[in-house]
Design a protein around this ligand. Sequence first.
Ligand SMILES: [Zn+2]
Length: 409
Amino acid sequence: MHTENLHKEIEKLQSQMEQALMQLIRIPAIAPENGGEGESKKAEKLIEILNAAGLDKIERCDAKDERVPSKKRPNIIARYAGETNKETLWIITHLDVVPSGDDSLWTIAKPFQPIIKDEKIYGRGSEDNTQSMVSSIFAIKALKNIGIKPRRTVALCFVADEEQGSTYGIQHLIKQEPFKKEDLIIVPDGGNAVGSFVEIAEKSTLWFRVRTVGKQTHASRPGDGLNAHRVGMEYALAIDKTLHENYAAKDEHFEPPESTFEPTKKDKNVDAVNIVPGEDVNYFDCRILPQYSVEEILSKIKGLAQEHQEKTGANISIELVQKTVAPKSTDVNAKIVLMLKEAIKSVRRVEPKVGGIGGGTCAAFFRRINIPAVVWSTVDEMAHQPNEYAKIANLVDDAKIFASLAISP
Ligand SMILES: [Zn+2]
C-alpha cells in the first residue's frame, strides 16, 4: 500500500510547510473595510509557493475592487489532474485575515512576525486559514513527489474576502466557475482540536435591535411620562418566552441542539437614577435551526411589538442588525461526507462526528446551490484571537487527510 509511503513523504515536508506558513503570515491580507490593502501581495507569495510545489496549472479569477491598490481581489485555482474529471475534489481556503486587534495582547509573537514555539506557529492568520492552505498544497506536492496520480482531479482554491461576506471571493468564483453537483467540496475552515468534527449544516442567524419610545419624566411622578424601559423589558421577556415556546424543536446534529434566542446588548439610557427613560434600546441574538422560517419568526416578533404598542401606548420598532438564512444541510450520506469520515478514522484514529454549528463559511454558498460541502479541519479554535497559533502537528496530519481524499475510491 502506498499510504505508508505517502504519510512518510508528507512528514518529510514538515519544515517546508513551516516555512511556507511563516512566509504567508508575514504578508497581512486585510480587507479594505478594515483599512487593509486586500490579498494581492499574499497571493503573489502563494503563487511562488505553488510553483515551487510543482503546481503550475494556475488560473486566476480575480474580482475587480477599486478600493484596494491593486484594484483586484485575487481568487486562484491550482489543479492537479487525476484519473477522472467527472468529479473534482475542491479544497477551498481563504487568503484574507482579520486585523490583529489590540497589539498589546500579542504577548508571544507580533501578529505579522511569526515565530515557532512549543510546536506551534504563532501569528495572525496562522490557524485561520493559512494552516489548511499550506496543508492542502503540500498534500498535493507529496502525491507528486512519489508519483501518485489522484483518483480524481484535485483543485486547490484560494479565495479572497471570506471574513467580510465573500462577495469578492467565493461568491464571485461561483458565478464564473462551473462547479458540478458531483464535485466534492471541502472547506477546511473550522473544526475541533482532535479533527473529528465534520460540519454539514448551520443555523440561521438573526440579530435585531428593539427600540422602544415612551416619554421621559421625573421618577417621582411617573404618571406624567411613559416608561420606555419598563415596556422594553416586558416586550423583551415576551419575545423570549414566545420564541422559546413556539420554536422549541431539537436537532441532535447541532451543538446546542435547539435554536437559541438571547437578549444580549442593551444601550445606555438615562444618566440619573431619578429619570424615567423615554427611550429604551435592547438587542437579541437568535441562532435558528434550518427547519424554521426566519421570516415567520420575524413576523411573530413584529406581531408581538404591535400588541405591546397597543397595550402601552409606546412606540416599538424592530431594526435588523444581521440576517443570514441557513441553506439546506449537506446530506449525511453525501460522498464527500462518507469519504472524509473514512479518512478521519484511518488517519486520525478518532470517531468522526457529523453535525452543525453556528455557521458562516464558504461552504454555505455551495449548499445554497445544492452542492454538498463539508467544513472540516483540526484546529484549537484560535481564529480571530490574540496569540493565534497553528499546531505544526495539525499542519502535517491534515495534509494526510487531504491526500487520502484525493486518492480514496
Ligand atoms: Zn476562516
